[in-house]
Write a protein that binds this ligand. Structure first.
Ligand SMILES: Cc1cc2nc3c(=O)[nH]c(=O)nc-3n(C[C@H](O)[C@H](O)[C@H](O)COP(=O)(O)O)c2cc1C
Length: 211
């Protein structure tokens, strides 16, 4: 099992990165508790450290069946995305959506969408990846996460996968504020354990479109 964990905030070691690290800690705890009986590889990548552009709408993928823009998305991220069984994104909310790093990442899935819906090709490794989201914002807005979740459903569909749910937190603003909420971190860590040890129906995820 390969878990690709993507961090989308420009703030290093901020709240969304702490969430993602805590989730990964839960995964490793589960593996340790069961003497590494499961074969699991986890890789964390911070999007702001990569060099890639948003979709240029050049139409190259409609001819070549794959993205033609040669940058870190194509050479570094694409093989990892195809290989992933879990694609986990952790992003803060910026202006009621994900960050522009995450937006650029999502836009590049257009070439995968073209592969699936225009060329009618299968997943290259015949996988059905599961998408999980972690997100947080400073305010208490009722629809704070709706835009992100709607986008991610389409993103996961483009890679023949499914968005399975996420964990979302409001009222978290300053760097490290999330550490003041041990119950939040516990929830995220437990989810890391659950995805290794339990069937999907038992994962403590929020599956609503507007959590
Ligand atoms: C450019 C920018 C836009 C933001 N927009 C929103 C917003 O629309 N709603 C909200 O609740 N919080 C918003 N925030 C607050 C962040 O979501 C919040 O500070 C979060 O904890 C940052 O997470 P991080 O430490 O992982 O970067 C915004 C912050 C920035 C810098």
């Amino acid at each position: 099992m390969y878990i690709l964990a993507i961090h989308g905030s420009p703030r290093k070691n901020g709240n969304s990165e702490i969430l993602l690290d805590t989730f990964i800690k839960g995964i490793f705890q589960a593996l340790k508790d069961f003497s590494n009986r499961f074969e699991v590889k986890v890789e964390k990548i911070r999007l702001p450290e990569l060099n890639f552009s948003p979709c240029k709408e050049c139409g190259g993928c409609e001819v070549k069946k794959e993205c033609v823009v040669e940058d870190d998305f194509k050479t570094f991220l694409t093989p990892k995305i195809w290989n992933s069984d879990f694609l986990v994104i952790s992003t803060p909310i910026f202006f009621y959506s994900h960050t522009s790093y995450v937006q650029a990442f999502f836009e590049r899935f257009q070439a995968f969408w073209v592969r699936k819906y225009v060329w009618k090709l299968p997943h290259p490794l015949e996988k059905v990846p599961k998408g999980i989201l972690f997100s947080l914002g400073a305010t208490k807005g009722a629809k704070l996460f709706e835009g992100l979740i709607r986008s991610y459903k389409y993103v996961m569909d483009a890679i023949y996968g499914n968005y399975v749910g996420g964990l979302f937190f409001r009222g978290i603003e300053k760097k490290g504020d999330i550490l003041k909420f041990p119950e939040v971190l516990e929830k995220v860590q437990i989810l890391g354990k659950e995805i290794i040890l339990l069937p999907e129906s038992s994962w403590s995820l929020n599956r609503e479109l507007c959590p």
